[in-house]
Structure formats: C-alpha cells, structure tokens
Design a binder for this molecule. Structure first.
Ligand SMILES: [Fe+2]
Ligand SMILES: [Fe+2]
Length: 165
C-alpha cells in the first residue's frame, strides 16, 4: 500500500473513532431530549432517532471491522459542545412557552444533525478515495439518515412556529 493511502486510512480510522464517540454520546442524550419535548411529534422524532443512532453505532462498528481496526471511541469535543448547548436549551426552555421551548430544542438538535452530516460526508469521500467502497456505503447510509432526521425536524418546526407566533 503506498504511504499516502496508509496515511489516509489512518486518518479515516481516527475520524471514525471521533464519530463513534459522538454517536455514543447521542445515545445517552437523545432520551433526555425526548423527555423534555412537549409536542408528541418531537418526542416521537427524538425516540425514532435514538433507534437510528444505535444503528449508526452498529454501522461504524462494521466499518471498523472492514478496515481491520479496533472500534475505540476518541473524545469528540465538537459533539460534547453541541450536547452541552442542547442541555442549556432544555433548561432555559423551562421558562418558555411549550412551543418556544420545543423550537429551541429543535435548533440545538439540527446543529447536531448538521455536524453529523458533514462528518459522515467527509468520511465517506475519504473512504471512497482509498477504494474502501463498502465502508463508504455504510457511512453514506448514516449520512442519509442524519439528513432525514434534519428534514423531519424542519417539518415539525413549522406548526410550532405558527403556534408560538
Ligand atoms: Fe448519528
Ligand atoms: Fe443524528
């Protein structure tokens, strides 16, 4: 394997370790977000995404296996920050009307989904570039589900804006 491919593969594994930690954090955070949601639709969306998030962890584990690497999470400061922001939104939301509180939670959640979409997009491109097409496919499946979660949150926000206005 030429050196640059080995370096790119090491970079891919390193970045996947970061994503694994990010997803593991979300498995813990999403139930709290669901519990704090006022609208039934938003609670359902967070609970559904919790299931998907467990699937993202599974796909990452499969990708590590395909690369012959150990699935070793590496602290993801980006996601730690985004989740801390989300927790702040939840606690500040206690003083808001229910629709505004849900909108605040949606803003925080969409930042998280965008972070994941960009992470998986870059990783997928990297995997493609080094000829790891099965890994790229797994990463693409995660990326698509993150984008779907983002779109669903946009949909849920529409009636909430009408109610809050
Ligand atoms: Fe995810
Ligand atoms: Fe997500």
């Amino acid at each position: 394997m030429p050196d640059n491919v080995a370096d790119l593969k090491a970079l891919l594994v390193d970045e996947m370790e970061d994503m694994l930690h990010a997803e593991n954090q979300l498995v813990k955070a999403l139930p709290k977000m669901a519990k704090a949601a006022h609208s039934h639709e938003l609670r359902q969306a967070f609970n559904d995404h919790l299931d998907k998030t467990r699937g993202h962890v599974d796909r990452l584990n499969q990708a590590f296996e395909l690369l012959g690497a150990r699935a070793k999470p590496k602290p993801c400061k980006g996601m730690q920050g985004l989740i801390a922001e989300g927790e702040e939104s939840i606690s500040e939301g206690k003083d808001l009307d229910p629709s505004c509180a849900d909108l605040a939670a949606i803003i925080a959640a969409q930042k998280i989904e965008h972070y994941e979409v960009s992470g998986y997009g870059s990783l997928r491109a990297l995997a493609d570039r080094i000829g790891e097409s099965r890994v790229a496919r797994l990463l693409l499946d995660n990326e698509r589900e993150e984008a779907q979660a983002d779109a669903r949150l946009t949909e849920i926000s529409q009636p909430l804006f009408a109610k809050a206005a």
